[in-house]
Each structure stands twice: as structure tokens, then as C-alpha cells.
Design a protein around this ligand. Sequence first.
Ligand SMILES: Cc1cc2nc3c(=O)[nH]c(=O)nc-3n(C[C@H](O)[C@H](O)[C@H](O)COP(=O)(O)O)c2cc1C
Length: 174
Amino acid sequence: MKKMLNPFDCAGQICEAMKKGILITTKANGKVNTMTIGWGHIGIEWGTPIFVAYVRETRHTRQMLDDHGEFTVNVPVESVDSKILGFCGSKSGRDVNKIQELNLTLEEPISVSVPGIKELPLTLECKVIYKQKQDLSAIPEHLLQRYYPADETGFQDYHYVYYGEILNAYLITE
Ligand SMILES: Cc1cc2nc3c(=O)[nH]c(=O)nc-3n(C[C@H](O)[C@H](O)[C@H](O)COP(=O)(O)O)c2cc1C
């Protein structure tokens, strides 16, 4: 069951939860994958309610978003098993099925093909309406050094910014 919400009524709760981590879930080619994010925001552009996520180029989630431009955001309410955020924030969907490993409960979505996750019941259904590779030339030097150090081959793991139009917001209930 779902209790429908106004996403902006939950904006503070979502941003507060991001300090420890929330989940962004994708589905492509029949496979569901989820990863922990700590960066993001909720707001308005083009008169549209939007959740913005920052996903590094090397994440499997980035590939999945490019293959299928929909995602759900799942936010803990009250408490969450920290094992979920730790596992989803360190294992890649390329190597492991995180949904199966953690025995997460998927919730049938309303307007997208990507399910929500009942264990983190506050859910946003989003459709990607814009994406952009970050412009490293516009980022101050101290942040470049901290977040985008080049590896031995010169590769820098950029963030891509994904804007998801929020189509639905709800709480998954029993
Ligand atoms: C608390 C926390 C916050 C994170 N925030 C982000 C984030 O905002 N963007 C990102 O690209 N990776 C973030 N990560 C790292 C990814 O969750 C991690 O690399 C994950 O294993 C990627 O999964 P995937 O390859 O299945 O996409 C975070 C990890 C943790 C533990």
C-alpha cells in the first residue's frame, strides 16, 4: 500500500537522511540495481519538481541510467539497517545482485518501471529529463584535488548530474 505525499513536504527529511545515505534504484534490461547516495537535492526547474542526483562515471548505476532513464529514490523513515546502506554503497551491481543478497522487498511502481524498496519506505518515482557531465574547469582547485584526483592513467572519475522529474512521492506502508 502507498500513502501519497507532496514531495516538498518531505524535502527536509530527504536532505537530513542524505547525511547517512539514501538509495537510488535503477532498472535496465530486466535487472534492478540500487546504490547509496549522499549527494543530491530536491527542487524546481522548468516549473517541474525535480530530484537531482550526482553519479560518478564508473558507477554501474550511471550505465543503467543511460540505458533506461528512470529511477526511484528511497529514504529511510525512523531507522534503517546500516548494513543496507553500507553494502549498497560499496558493492557494484556489476558484480553482485544487491537486491537478492540483502533480500530487499520491491514495491510495484505507479508511473515508472523501477520499483521502490520497502525497507526505506519514503519513495520518489523519477524520470530523467536532463543530464550533464560536470565541467571540471568550473570547479575550484581545492575541490578538484579532493574529489577528482587523476589516477595513474590520467582518468578523473567525474560526476554526471541527473535531473529526475518527480512523478510520484509516497510512503510504502504495510
Ligand atoms: C554514504 C555513501 C554515499 C555515497 N554517495 C554517492 C553519490 O552521491 N554518488 C556516487 O556516485 N556514489 C556514491 N557513493 C558510492 C556508491 O554508492 C558505490 O560506489 C556503489 O558501490 C556503486 O554501486 P553501482 O556500481 O552498483 O552503481 C556513496 C557511498 C556511500 C557509502
